[in-house]
Design a protein around this ligand. Structure first.
Ligand code: DX5
Ligand code: ZN
Length: 239
């Protein structure tokens, strides 16, 4: 289970201090939301900001490009220190080339699916990705309510993973709080992006620990193991 606080919910005047808080929080990934004012109706921050934050932590930088022309940003974000770059499946026939380009730059490859987009649109690319991001709000702004109707898409992503023997992470992003993280973990998600749900808490460390505990308690793999152990305990010794 990976917890990925989103810097979008940090204090924009104190990015460096909030990155240090993140570094000490126990979370594994820093989620960086890049918005171009075209693919989504908002603008966030660019590669120069990410480059400035890079020396402050050794942790994984998860760069989510909500951009109409992500290809122009690949090199700048690689140079800025991105570990993974996520593009959106809504970019249609350009997606395959974009995924190959990210891979050729030596970075982990992510593909995101917006709430109105069918998860089946991601199916042709599953062999080529390290992570499938199921958006649980319409991208553009932090602090929106979780869209419960997206949960079956997480279940489908997890079913494909089992059927095809693939290893991609399933990430959820948008409205992830202590109240919604368990439902996502039960459905098969293993990476949890949280902006206001985590940065809004007084102690980032306590918030990350709590979110991780809820995710782990709802981990279907753990539930399977507990069933096996319970079965083993009730088996007769001679069996
Ligand atoms: C939404 C972004 C999210 C956002 C999540 O456009 O992709 O990563 O920061 O924020 P919360 O957790 O506040 O919904
Ligand atoms: Zn995001």
């Amino acid at each position: 289970m990976i917890i990925a606080p989103s810097l979008l919910a940090a204090n924009f005047g104190r990015f460096a201090a909030d990155t240090q808080r993140f570094d000490e929080s126990g979370a594994e990934w820093l989620h960086l939301d890049i918005m171009d004012g075209n693919f989504v109706p908002n603008i966030s921050f660019g590669p120069q900001v990410v480059k400035t934050l890079r020396p402050l932590t050794k942790k994984f930088f998860d760069v989510h490009l909500m951009c109409s022309k992500p290809e122009v940003l690949f090199d700048p974000f690689v140079k800025a220190g991105a570990d993974q770059i996520i593009v959106h499946v809504e970019l249609g026939e350009r997606v395959e080339g974009l995924l190959w380009k990210i891979k050729s730059l030596g970075k982990k490859v992510g593909l995101a699916v917006n709430p109105p987009t069918a998860i089946e649109n991601a199916r042709p690319y599953l062999d080529h990705i390290d992570l499938l991001l199921v958006m649980t709000v319409n991208p553009g702004f932090g602090g929106q309510p979780f869209i419960h109707e997206c949960v079956p898409k997480i279940q489908q992503a997890a079913a494909w993973k089992r059927e095809l023997g693939l290893n991609y992470h399933i990430e959820v992003d948008g409205g992830i709080t202590f109240d919604t993280v368990g439902e996502c973990a039960r459905a098969g998600a293993d990476v949890f992006v949280s902006g206001t749900g985590i940065f809004g808490q007084h102690s980032l460390k306590t918030a990350v620990r709590k979110m991780r505990r809820i995710a782990e308690q709802n981990d279907p793999a753990l539930a399977d193991l507990q069933c096996e152990q319970a079965d083993a305990a009730t088996l007769p010794l001679s069996a």
